[in-house]
Design a protein around this ligand. Structure first.
Ligand code: ASP
Length: 290
């Protein structure tokens, strides 16, 4: 296979088409994953990423994002950033250098401002409407009452792999809360010699198993992409059920260096895949939860 792209949720469909087109033109995987995600960040119809994202407990939208270059293993990440158009673009720009690759809050915003990243108020009328409607019920809301992360993995024609993520995080999250999405090894990981992985679901649960890194290690041990994805999710799910009596939702996408892919999930999950052999397609995995 010459190139491939794998992304979380149906919301990534148009972005997957765009990323596949860029890869077909010979563009690198970094450009493909960033442009794919930026399309989702800019679309207010998707309520868990970028513009029109889910509000926190104070009715404000804070973004988390990450990027990893599978050739160098360099990563860039931002957490809890308010008032900028694209978390993933800011994150990716932080990959250079050996320090200051992960910035949060005010420091990340000052960096973005100083480096000319586009500002945008991501709170839309719909965000506020949702907030007003739900804030009375705040205490009754379960932790998984609305969120999702857009994650993109890409293999380019030179054999490089990249991973990137972006989210507004948990609906009604506490100010300052950061999930798995910007954490390398947890929300995403890429190694061009092995494969790449990225996660969506309840961040606090995904952190307990460093899910993306776990899957890439399983690939390194010789498992196929599908075996690695399933094993990473089922091991963590079973451990959490054994220790706590339940496991919150988590889904994982895995792309091997040969362009084959796998999915692990403990909930019904949609994802998009495209390659030089397959047009961009949305797939669904149905999981019945007790
Ligand atoms: N993982 C994200 C977070 O915990 C949310 C999601 O992907 O559903 O912030």
């Amino acid at each position: 296979m010459k190139y491939a792209v794998l992304a979380t949720w149906k919301m990534a469909e148009e972005g997957t088409k765009k990323a596949a087109k860029l890869l077909a033109e010979g563009k690198d995987c970094g450009e493909a994953v960033i442009e794919g995600i930026a399309m989702v960040e800019d679309n207010p119809a998707f309520h868990s990423v970028g513009y029109g994202g889910r509000p926190n407990a104070e009715g404000r939208v804070f973004l988390d994002g990450g990027f990893m270059n599978g050739d160098t293993l360099h990563f860039g990440a931002v957490g809890s950033v308010e008032g900028f158009r694209s978390a993933v673009r800011i994150a990716a720009s932080l990959q250079d250098g050996d320090a200051n690759n992960f910035l949060v809050g005010e420091g990340a915003e000052r960096y973005a401002e100083a480096h000319g990243f586009e500002r945008r108020d991501n709170v839309t009328a719909e965000t506020l409407e949702l907030y007003e409607k739900e804030k009375e019920r705040l205490k009754e809301l379960s932790a998984y009452d609305g969120h999702d992360t857009v994650c993109f993995l890409a293999l380019d024609q030179s054999g490089s792999l990249c991973a990137a993520t972006s989210t507004s995080g948990l609906f009604m999250k506490q100010p300052g809360r950061i999930g798995d999405t910007p954490l390398p090894g947890v929300g995403y990981y890429a190694d061009s010699k092995i494969g790449a992985a990225a996660a969506t679901g309840m961040g606090e649960e995904i952190m307990k198993g460093a899910l993306s890194y776990a899957a890439v290690r399983f690939l390194k041990d010789g498992l196929s992409a599908q075996e690695a994805a399933e094993k990473a999710v089922s091991e963590l799910n079973d451990t959490l059920v054994e220790r706590n009596g339940y496991a919150n939702p988590m889904s994982l996408i895995v792309l091997a260096k040969d362009g084959s892919y796998g999915i692990g999930t403990n909930i019904t999950f949609t994802y998009c895949y495209a390659s030089d052999e397959e047009e961009a397609t949305v797939h669904e995995i149905i999981v019945e939860r007790e």
